[in-house]
Design a protein around this ligand. Structure first.
Ligand code: PXP
Length: 237
């Protein structure tokens, strides 16, 4: 069975909207583990728009499954990762203005810099995955970089305008997974996966783990809303 790593960034997004201390992504991570998550994912962004350094520090102490830190390939982030020592790091591209991670990492175009970051992390005993588009060149470069895993970007599949595009994107993902496996890389997948579109990707047996965030946080809001209102009505009464 593939593993599910739950990304709790958007719990922190709601917290940051008020700048207070709730909802706490640390508590959400604990509940995710109770619900059967095999790992917890957080993206510490350069602009700290959702996850804060404090979250990462506490999660390192409280996560009982596996902590996957998503980060940009920079010296600042490498130093933080080497100090905190998450179980694994996923290197992602990062632009300040983007709403979420757009597109995979250009490993082929930045092989030297990425290999340096991979080495810095692996020397500290951290397992490294690279978030890439389902593209042969990127897979080959990922292998050369010394990373142990690739996370295949499923965004184009998830956002496909119609079924035939979706089919094509799924084929690309399958081909990429095969290539990565042949080269000895371990394979994860994620981005944009939800309760409707995750199934067909989960049938690709070489994919070991899925990193899913937004759809789970959205669903949690919907399944929890009625109870939350009921509790407040009781208090006001
Ligand atoms: N994998 C990576 C590398 C990501 O950057 C993200 C988004 O933070 C995800 C998976 C999860 O994507 P989503 O929130 O759309 O499930």
């Amino acid at each position: 069975m593939p593993r599910l790593n739950v990304n709790v960034d958007h719990v922190a997004t709601v917290r940051q909207a008020r700048g207070g201390n709730e909802p706490d992504p640390v508590l959400a991570a604990y509940l995710a583990e109770l619900g059967g998550a095999h790992g917890i994912v957080v993206h510490l962004r350069e602009d700290r728009r959702h996850i804060q350094d404090r979250d990462l520090r506490i999660l390192r102490e409280t996560v009982r499954t596996k902590l996957n830190l998503e980060m940009a390939s920079t010296d600042e982030m490498t130093a933080i990762a080497r100090e905190i020592k998450p179980d694994m790091v996923t290197l992602v591209p990062e632009k300040r203005k983007e709403l979420t991670t757009e597109g995979g990492l250009d490993v082929a175009g930045n092989l030297k810099g990425i290999s340096r970051t991979v080495k810095g992390l692996r020397d500290a005993g951290i397992f490294v995955s690279l978030f890439i588009d389902p593209d042969n060149e990127q897979i080959k470069a990922s292998r050369e970089s010394g990373a142990q895993m690739v996370e295949i970007h499923t965004g184009s599949y998830a956002e496909a305008a119609d079924e035939s595009v979706m089919e094509d994107e799924l084929k690309k993902i399958k081909k990429a997974v095969k290539k990565a496996t042949e080269l000895g890389l371990r394979v994860a997948a994620g981005h944009g996966l939800n309760y409707v579109n995750a199934g067909p990707v989960a049938l690709i047996k070489e994919i070991e783990e899925f990193n899913i965030g937004h759809s789970i946080v959205s669903r949690a809001l919907m399944v929890g809303f009625e109870n939350a209102v009921r509790e407040m009505v009781r208090i006001i009464d």
